[in-house]
Design a protein around this ligand. Structure first.
Ligand code: F6R
Length: 257
């Protein structure tokens, strides 16, 4: 779909004074989902994001685990994306990020953790992406997908040009995305040019989608994603068509709404 307007206005947003307050509320929602499923003897499938945005959310999940006994034994996770070319022990790999900032501090079984693999030979990537999609399906689909948003409007690494039929695949990163990542990599030229990412359709397939955005740098793209047309130029705009999508924003990120 290209440049259509919202057809299912189920998308909502909530504005918080601080990102910590927003992250705490979202973590409480996720904790409730995990606990209620555990009480029924069932598991939960979470889609997870990396980047600066989810850090306070992961910090709160770790606190809930350590101080309030929240167990992740019944949780299975699928991360949105991974840079190609980075091994697990590279400090900028998303595998390293997730283990450092969440998995090493909670009781999730290692076999329940799924991330796209960044170190495959090019000819192995299509089968790996298809298997990733299939594994999400085999686990019953994503119950709740956590998202951030890039300044290109990307969710996962679905850059402008990614429509709502896209699934897990290898993609090229937009120059703006590489510019934003450059400081962490010690320069633009060191940022990988490609990544493996879930597609827009993969994300839209989640039963619930929860997107966090903080700071004034995100204000313009947040407004485009929420109030602009549903367009292939802004992947997050497709969330306007999701039955249960919610933005968690701090005041600066909501400034242009
Ligand atoms: C990360 C991801 C990206 C980020 C986005 C925002 O797994 O898929 O879409 O959520 O680039 O990054 P930060 O949070 O660093 O501003």
């Amino acid at each position: 779909m290209i440049n259509t307007y919202k057809i299912a206005p189920a998308m909502t947003y909530e504005v918080f004074e601080t990102k910590e307050a927003a992250a705490k509320k979202l973590a409480a929602e996720v904790a409730e989902l995990i606990r209620s499923r555990a009480a029924e003897g069932k598991g939960v499938v979470l889609g997870l994001a990396t980047g600066a945005t989810p850090l306070p959310f992961y910090a709160e999940l770790i606190r809930l685990h350590k101080e309030e006994g929240l167990s992740f034994k019944n949780v299975t996770t699928f991360n949105l994306d991974e840079y190609t070319g980075l091994p697990h022990d590279h400090v900028e790999s998303y595998w390293y990020f997730m283990h450092t900032n969440l998995f090493n501090h909670i009781d999730i079984p290692a076999e329940n953790i799924n991330l796209p693999c960044g170190t495959l030979a090019p000819e192995e990537i299509p089968a790996h992406c298809a298997a990733y999609e299939q594994k999400i399906k085999d686990c019953g689909g994503l119950d709740l997908q956590i998202l951030g948003i890039g300044r290109t409007g990307h969710i996962g690494f679905n850059e402008p040009g990614s429509d709502d039929t896209t699934i897990t695949r290898q993609v090229h990163l937009d120059d703006l995305t590489k510019t934003d990542a450059a400081p962490a990599f010690g320069g633009f030229e060191n940022v990988p040019s490609t990544a493996i990412t879930m597609g827009v359709a993969t994300i839209m397939g989640a039963k619930k989608v929860r997107l966090m955005a903080w700071g004034e740098k995100k204000a313009s793209i947040v407004n485009k994603a929420i109030n602009g047309p549903v367009t292939i130029d802004v992947a997050a705009s497709y969330l306007q068509n999701h039955a249960d999508a919610k933005y968690f924003l701090d005041t600066p990120a909501a400034a242009e709404l």
